[in-house]
Design a protein around this ligand. Structure first.
Ligand code: ADP
Length: 506
């Protein structure tokens, strides 16, 4: 069936844009836990435009072959390009990589699904635009894929899902819709007003297997007059709750504009050099070595970076408030770099790029922490908790105790927009070592229900754990999962779109 489907798809997209079942190495999970071919794509199809996506989706229905859309396939740590169910054909949207429109006045862009953060940045520079996009840690992923997966960057627009407005979507049957105001022919406000007329459906296509997004509106941030990249450090683990509470207040009262990003000292070190630079003993990095690492790199045990925007006068006021709030935490310090909004990106310190949405690959080295070679890998466990010191410290301790007992360093962090924390546990491991991979799998599988029992659910999950995470959302006889299944049956009767994504099976 798959071979016949790929033949038919080749007639639509061209034979050179189809990869056969024996030629899918580019679409494997680069950071697989153990067996790299466990989630094996059945092939790949690379359409050039929306009409080709529709035609391929119709063929998928006809041949009963499932497809799994990807933008740039860099969702590493969550499965990369690989599908949840082996045999699913990758629908690689990477050729659809145009920035279709940039509106300087009302500050938005409409992008295709293959546009990377580097592409959007370069496009805006080329146009001489006054607009900034927010970027995640690594710039090679797609603007659309990252927003659909509810990813984060660090400017004032860093909560990416919140800045999506207007989608064009190919439904699992091949039909095409535009959401909200986009349904009005000649609409002037598709990417400006979220409401439309009637229910809003954009949320339906986030982390979803109900549609393929072929165009998306994304709100951009007018370049500020000045910006400040701030770094806050606290010298002890014990100061974590106070730091969290301080950041919450500074977010809720509007002092800090950007998404708050916190990391422990070992976590930042991992992005800079392999572990043996500091420690090559048995077991996890002990607390005294963690302290040496922090001192060596001029870090605290916990470290926050965040961005503020405005005129100098406004920044003076905000930074005075921030300094005063942080000064109340024993063993704390603040370092601030200010820039003009129109500073040439080359003149912004690499460590401050996050504040100006300058894309890079600075943190890609983290995977070499335990495996200083090509087989270094990572997986992320990200429970969501309230943004209070008590909760973040609890989530952190649960994850630290468990992962250290399994023999892995606690690489921890949290992201905050005001009310909740995305508590990130980054596990670095050697994908070539089956014993190590198995330990990661076991620790991860044990932690998910432990965290759920404390009221913390994951916001995102590797394909390996999608079912396990989905199972935790079981309130009222799993009525939400049942609702998801009802929608899936109605919109995708043949079950051809991304089966198993987020635990939703046809
Ligand atoms: P990135 O481009 O950041 O590398 P991916 O391409 O791997 O991210 O996309 C991440 C996930 O988001 C995919 O596995 C898929 O489930 C979903 N996704 C990506 N692009 C689309 C799209 N255009 N429509 C629907 N889902 C998508």
């Amino acid at each position: 069936m798959t071979a016949a489907f790929l033949d038919a798809a080749a007639a639509v997209v061209g034979a050179e844009n189809v990869s056969r079942t024996d030629d899918v190495d580019d679409y494997l999970d680069a950071y697989a836990l153990g067996e790299p071919r466990k989630f094996l794509p059945g092939g790949a199809v690379r359409p050039a435009d929306t009409a080709e996506v529709q035609a391929v989706v119709r063929l998928a229905n006809e041949f009963g072959v499932a497809v799994w859309p990807i933008g740039r396939g860099k969702n590493l740590g969550y499965g990369g390009s690989a599908p949840r169910q082996s045999g699913t054909v990758i629908l690689d949207l990477g050729r659809m990589n145009s920035v279709l429109h940039v509106d300087e006045e009302t500050a938005y862009a409409i992008v295709e699904p293959g546009v990377s953060f580097f592409d959007l940045f370069d496009d805006l520079r080329r146009r001489g635009s006054r607009l900034w996009a927010s970027v995640p840690d690594l710039g090679w992923g797609s603007v659309v894929g990252n927003a659909l997966e509810r990813g984060y960057g660090y400017t004032a627009h860093g909560d990416h899902q919140q800045f999506v407005c207007g989608m064009e979507v190919v439904l699992p049957t091949g039909e095409l819709i535009r959401t909200g105001m986009g349904a009005l022919p000649g609409s002037e406000t598709w990417a400006l007003y979220r409401g439309g007329f009637g229910p809003g459906f954009e949320g339906l296509f986030l982390q979803s297997n109900l549609g393929i997004v072929t165009k998306m509106g994304v709100w951009l941030m007018p370049r500020p007059e000045r910006f400040a990249a701030c770094r806050i450090a606290v010298d002890s683990e014990e100061a974590l709750p106070q730091l969290v509470d301080a950041m919450r207040e500074l977010k809720l009262d509007g002092t800090i504009d950007g998404v708050v990003n916190a990391a422990n000292a070992v976590g930042i070190a991992a992005g800079m050099a392999p572990r043996e630079r500091w420690y090559s003993g048995d077991g996890v990095v002990p607390p005294d070595v963690a302290r040496v690492i922090a001192d060596d790199l001029g870090l605290g045990m916990w470290n926050v970076k965040c961005a503020l925007y405005g005129s100098d006068a406004l920044l003076d006021v905000k930074l005075e408030k921030l300094q005063r709030t942080i000064d109340a935490i024993p063993g704390s310090r603040v370092v601030v770099n200010r820039y003009d909004g129109d500073t040439d990106p080359a003149a912004v310190e690499p460590g401050d790029h996050f504040a100006a949405g300058i894309p890079g690959m600075l943190l890609a080295g983290g995977v070499r922490w335990r495996a200083n070679g090509p087989t270094g890998a990572h997986i992320g466990l990200c429970p969501v908790s309230p943004l209070t010191g008590t909760h973040v410290a609890r989530a952190s301790k649960l994850m630290r105790d468990h992962i250290e007992a399994a023999g892995f360093d606690y690489i921890g962090g949290w992201l905050a927009t005001g009310r909740h924390a995305i508590n990130v546990l980054m596990i670095f491991f050697d994908a070539a070592d089956p014993v190590e991979s198995e330990k990661v799998r076991r620790a991860f599988a044990e932690l998910v229900p432990i965290l759920a029992a404390h009221g913390y659910g994951e916001y995102r999950a590797h394909i390996e754990f999608m079912d396990l995470v989905a199972e935790q959302f079981s309130w009222n006889d799993s009525s939400l999962l049942e609702f998801n299944r009802t929608l899936k049956r109605a919109l995708d009767p043949n079950g051809i779109l991304a089966p198993g994504k987020q635990g939703v099976w046809p």
